[in-house]
Write a protein that binds this ligand. Structure first.
Ligand code: NAD
Ligand code: DAU
Length: 354
């Protein structure tokens, strides 16, 4: 079996659903169930004999050790993290704890377990660390895209904590020989993303008649990748990636934030036009910028394509339409996650901004 940490979150749950559709190998989902973890995402497979769940904090060393002992995985896919940049600005402590200490703890538990395996099992074992392009910092408009050799230069507490975790993973390979792999991916979007991130937030606010907050002048650029393409890339790296290597994963899909918001508004105008005839674009509001806001991310994903044959299949237009349709079809899911604590977060992050 494999372990997936953070499997109740956005990418982790998409990954588990994809995994169960395409293999008969079992998965243990290890998740603390923070505000971002939602077991409803996995409702369709909760009674599958291939799937099990352990509610655990990756910082709890004894618990993680006992899970290794009881289940003897052949790989651990590490998604669990505090993942939202704005939250890391308001409260960095949890990011240090989960992203750095938690990753360290998983590495230690994996190393101890791996050392006790026989040679065949040792050769097969993998620790796959799911990381981000934000560790490389920011680009100007004419800079070449991030490659695997771009120097790390993280600018937010979130990206600094992910950078630290990447370094620890690397160190466990060079120092102890633990068979690790790291992926550094660009911005994901798709079904089941918590509506604190740009795309689901804009869809949710648009449908609720609320303002669509755009930080600064909306000219910051992100490289967007449909979540299922990311899941496929992780599977390919797990099966074929060279040990100790890092692989950049991206969509070849750079967009300014304002273009993304306009595209969402235009699609909603087609499929859910406002009875008043007013356009969704009229809900856009430019608000105070994010401190330390990275100007541009762009991923050079040629290494994973050349070495492992992976390329994204979804275009931004098709992926965005699927995503918006999912949110329209799953309003109950959205209602379930925008609880009291979501409203508190909203007040804290956006209250003083307009
Ligand atoms: P998410 O915030 O949606 O989910 C994180 C999950 O981790 C949640 O289920 C949460 O309950 C769990 N978790 C948090 N702290 C934990 C702890 N201490 N112990 C156990 N579980 C814990 O995040 P996501 O967007 O799905 O991102 C998953 C991973 O992918 C992260 O490592 C993130 O850095 C990386 N990543 C995300 C993106 C993106 O665009 N979302 C892009 C590149 C890389
Ligand atoms: O690049 C990969 C990263 O992408 C992941 O590692 C992170 O986990 C993930 O959250 C994401 O980080 P970003 O900060 O790029 O994503 P977010 O959706 O928060 O913001 C995308 C862009 O939109 C960014 O330039 C900030 C802007 N934005 C965001 C929000 C929430 C707005 O203009 N308004 C908003 O309300």
């Amino acid at each position: 079996m494999i372990f997936v940490t953070g499997g109740a979150g956005f990418i982790g749950s998409n990954f588990i659903l994809n995994w169960l559709q395409s293999t008969d190998e079992s998965v243990l989902n290890i998740d603390k169930l923070t505000y971002a973890g939602n077991l409803t995402n996995l409702k369709s497979i909760e009674s599958s004999p291939q799937y099990s769940f352990a509610q655990a904090d990756i910082c709890d060393a004894d618990k993680i050790k006992s899970l290794f002992k009881a289940h003897r995985p052949r790989a651990i896919l590490h998604f669990a993290a505090e993942s939202h940049v704005d939250r890391s600005i308001h409260g960095p402590a949890e990011f240090i704890q989960t992203n750095i200490v938690g990753t360290f703890n998983l590495l230690q538990a994996s190393l101890e377990y791996w050392r006790g395996l026989d040679e065949t099992e040792k050769g097969r074992f993998r620790f796959l660390h799911v990381s981000t392009d934000e560790v490389y910092g920011t680009l100007d408009s004419k800079d070449p895209a991030f490659s695997e050799t771009t120097a790390y230069a993280p600018n937010s507490p979130y990206s600094a904590s992910k950078a630290a975790s990447d370094h620890l993973v690397r160190a466990y390979y060079y120092t102890y020989g633990l068979p690790v792999l790291t992926t550094n991916c660009s911005n994901n979007y798709g079904p089941m993303q918590f509506p604190e991130k740009l795309i689901p937030l804009v869809i949710h606010n648009a449908l609720g008649g609320k303002s669509l907050p755009i930080y600064g002048d909306g000219s910051n650029v992100r490289d967007w990748l449909y979540v299922q393409d990311h899941c496929e890339a992780i599977r390919v790296v797990l099966e074929k990636g060279r040990l100790g290597e890092t692989y950049n994963v991206g969509g070849w899909n750079e967009k300014r934030n304002i273009e993304v918001v306009d595209a969402i508004c235009d699609f909603l105008d087609q499929v859910r036009p406002l009875p008043s005839g007013v356009k969704y674009r009229d809900q856009k509001v430019f608000v105070a910028d994010r401190p330390g806001h990275d100007k541009r991310y762009a991923i050079d994903a040629s290494k994973i394509e050349k070495e492992l044959g992976w390329r994204p299949t979804e275009s931004f237009e098709t992926g965005l339409k699927k995503t918006i349709q999912w949110y329209l079809d799953n309003e109950e899911w959205v209602r379930g996650v925008v609880s009291g604590s979501y409203r508190e977060w909203f007040g804290m992050n956006y209250g003083g901004r307009v």
